[in-house]
Design a protein. Structure first.
Lengths: 95, 172
């Protein structure tokens, strides 16, 4: 049975993280900064889940930023050759 | 180990594993959001003859300040009775496709890192106590791998040999 690959996107990870924040009544920041007291209140499996979701969110955000920056650097290159940005380029830059 | 090597190792070991007839795959082996140096692995079985389950979770991440090197930073291997069922009678599962587990649930054996300090510890035949590595001799909890765990459960269920003897550990 070959290993499957499951892709979970940023919106889903955000939802899963929010679900844990609501379940325990503390934030992800508290989960890391007040770890001792937070972990005392948690189910063992949720510790694994929370760490996993946050780690995967961080990695997906990093990849998103990388792709966005690569794309923006392409736009700058076009502009430096004297071509004015199109309205579509301006919308993308603003985003 | 990187993701390609991990997949190769799991595929190879899984092909050699003789799974008993009453083991129904509940969540097939899968990696969640895998990249070359970071992935989460999950796999679970419903042991239908006595309504127990096995759950494997592992998380791998980069080693800080090392180039292209990764290691297992968290895991939870669990074997015990199913206690939650859906309306249709099947096991209640979570977002990872594995049975839900809470602190009061019965357990046969569980070895995991889900605690303060993320140190591997053992639960044996009951939730508490959590045996830390310093209390367990004969088995290195932190390096126990998926297939050693699965083969131990197979042997235990086939022959009735207690799991502490199959895995070779002693506790106080």
């Amino acid at each position: 049975m070959p290993i499957q690959e499951i892709l979970v996107g940023l919106p889903e990870l955000e939802t899963l993280i929010q679900g844990l924040e609501q379940k325990y009544g503390f934030s992800t920041t508290a989960f890391y900064t007040e770890r001792e007291s937070c972990l005392d209140q948690m189910e063992e499996d949720d510790i694994f889940r929370w760490d996993m979701y946050v780690s995967q969110r961080r990695e997906l955000r990093r990849v998103n930023d990388e792709v966005k920056n690569d794309y923006l650097s392409t736009l700058k290159f076009q502009n430096s050759e004297g071509k004015s940005p199109t309205p579509e380029d301006q919308v993308l830059l603003a985003a | 180990m990187n993701y390609i090597e991990f997949k190769g190792w799991v595929d190879s070991e899984e092909s050699k594993l003789i799974v008993p007839a009453d083991w129904k795959v509940l969540a097939p082996p899968a990696c969640i959001n895998p990249s070359y140096l970071e992935w989460v692995f999950r796999w679970s079985f419903h042991l239908t003859s006595d309504n127990k389950y096995i759950r494997i979770w592992e998380r791998y991440d980069k080693i800080p300040k090392m180039v292209a090197m990764t290691r297992r930073i968290a895991f939870a291997f669990h074997y015990g009775p199913l206690v939650r069922f859906e309306g249709g009678g099947g096991p209640a599962i979570d977002a990872l496709g594995t049975p839900r587990y809470e602190a009061a649930d019965p357990v046969d054996i569980r070895i995991d890192t889900c605690s303060k300090g993320m140190e591997a510890h053992l639960h044996y035949q009951k939730q508490n106590p959590h045996y830390s590595q310093t209390q367990v001799s004969g088995l290195d909890l932190s390096t126990l791998d998926i297939f050693t765990f699965l083969r131990a459960i197979i042997k235990h269920r086939a022959n009735g040999i207690p799991l502490d003897r199959v895995l070779g550990f002693r506790i106080p």
